[in-house]
Design a binder for this molecule. Structure first.
Ligand code: SAM
Length: 259
């Protein structure tokens, strides 16, 4: 089993905020379309968090087929089970780098915003391919954190915060989104496609759910913003929000392939 991916217990609230964001929902629609889902299929959502997408799939497939939501976090799986109101989704704790399923078990697998956190993402991609049947689809969704761009804030301040973020965020692949296509190709899959989706946030509030660095509720001990810049940074964000000229973009990637 992977180490607890959420030692500080902050995962579930953050996932709820992200899931409610219309731009994230837009990315998910691109991913659904890429999977070519059909009623009756066996589908895996690996690193499913609280199972929101798995339940949505169950609804869309009208309860047919078999959907498995897997996550390494016991707390996420417990929350997912508690939220389920009678769907056919099966929830299980597990590690995407060592899946406890037979070869070729699923018709389609998806994995959203998980690989960026893993020490060995290619092991996970190989596992996702292993458990997918020949002709089945693998869909990876991930963020390109290095693509974040903002406007409406003083450029020197943005540059310092950006430099700090890129230097201090560890244990994360900040470029994961743009690498997904290469990883699918490396795993020997075919019909590989990669779609960049530029998320657009016209005010700091809209951005806060997805971009932790603009969210004043994210605790200072995360170290995302240097202590000596916090006041200036969040002050400038507030002013830009009031003026109405804040803008942020972030590119996420949806990469899909056939096994
Ligand atoms: C950013 S969340 C994304 C959750 C969900 N896919 C979504 O888009 O809302 C990352 C998830 O990956 C899970 N995770 C991290 N490492 C994992 C592993 N080795 N195996 C399975 N899940 C893992 C975490 O517990 C967390 O729920």
């Amino acid at each position: 089993m992977a180490n607890d991916p959420d030692p500080r217990g902050r995962l579930i609230g953050a996932l709820d905020q992200v899931a409610a964001n219309p731009e994230i929902q837009r990315v998910r629609e691109v991913a659904f379309a890429a999977l070519h889902l059909e009623p009756g299929q066996r589908i895996l959502d690996a690193g499913a968090g609280t199972g929101e997408v798995a339940r949505l799939l169950a609804t869309r497939l009208c309860g047919s087929g078999a959907i498995v939501a897997l996550d390494a976090s016991a707390a996420a799986i417990a929350a997912a089970v508690a939220r389920d109101e009678g769907t056919s989704v099966r929830y299980t704790q597990g590690d995407v780098t060592a899946l406890d399923f037979p070869d070729r078990w699923f018709d389609a697998v998806r994995c959203e915003r998980v690989l960026q956190h893993l020490a060995e993402p290619d092991v996970a991609v190989a596992e996702l391919a292993r458990v997918t049947r020949a002709g089945g689809r693998v869909c990876l969704v991930d963020t390109d954190w290095e693509s974040v761009a903002v406007d409406g804030l003083p450029r020197p301040l943005v540059a310092r915060v950006r430099e700090h973020l890129l230097a201090t965020v560890v244990g994360q692949h900040l470029d994961m989104g743009r690498t997904l296509r290469r990883r699918l190709l490396g795993a020997g899959l075919r019909e590989v496609s990669a779609v960049p989706v530029a998320l657009y946030f016209p005010d700091p509030l809209a951005a806060a759910a997805v971009l932790p660095m603009v969210n004043p509720m994210v605790p200072a001990d995360t170290g995302l913003i240097p202590d000596d810049l916090r006041e200036d940074w969040f002050g400038a964000l507030g002013e830009a929000g009031e003026r109405g000229d804040f803008l942020a973009t972030l590119t996420m990637w949806v990469a899909t392939a056939t096994v």
